[in-house]
Ligand binder design. Sequence first.
Ligand code: ZN
Length: 207
Amino acid sequence: MDQEKIGKFIASCRKEKGFTQATLAEKLGITDRAVSKWETGKSLPDASIMMELCELIGTNVNELLTGERIALDEYTKKAEQSLIEMQAKAEKADRNLLRMEIVMGIIIIPLCIILTKISEIFINQGDALTGYALLVISYVAIVLFGIMGMKIEHDAGYYECPNCGERYVPSMLAVLLAIHVGTARRLKCPYCEKRGFHKKVVSKKKG
Ligand SMILES: [Zn+2]
């Protein structure tokens, strides 16, 4: 997906309609900085406003993501390409999130253990205030890391049922309550309803 090409295409459609960046931004209820970022290829419009944007500037999502006008006979092919590229992009982002969680775990958990030890030293030396403050900081950090990790594991990718092989996104509550080993969680499959350890996968498609 060529963001720069998409940006130029958005700019040219906008000008065809006679909008400035500011008037377009106002119609969409966003800042003109956001419009400028799309047009310079720094970011893509959010999925939530893509339809409205396309309607305003006289194009469609398929053309917008390809960055050019599409002839009717090429239409399906280009749409499929864009979908595949968006999927690949989402999978890469998920993979990075899961990796980040591991890296943060490697940093935060030992850091909190060290902080707890240091806080003991302060408390033993009579500076209870500093000691307890450090203790609270390390607990808060662990809890925040736990919440963040849980959210990443819920949002990124899918869980695969070892029984029927279906891949799905469970509810946040199911993830929260499930026993886990590594990134695998003991969940109930929504397809075959069997319980088991479902492993984390990044892609919705098998193979
Ligand atoms: Zn199943």
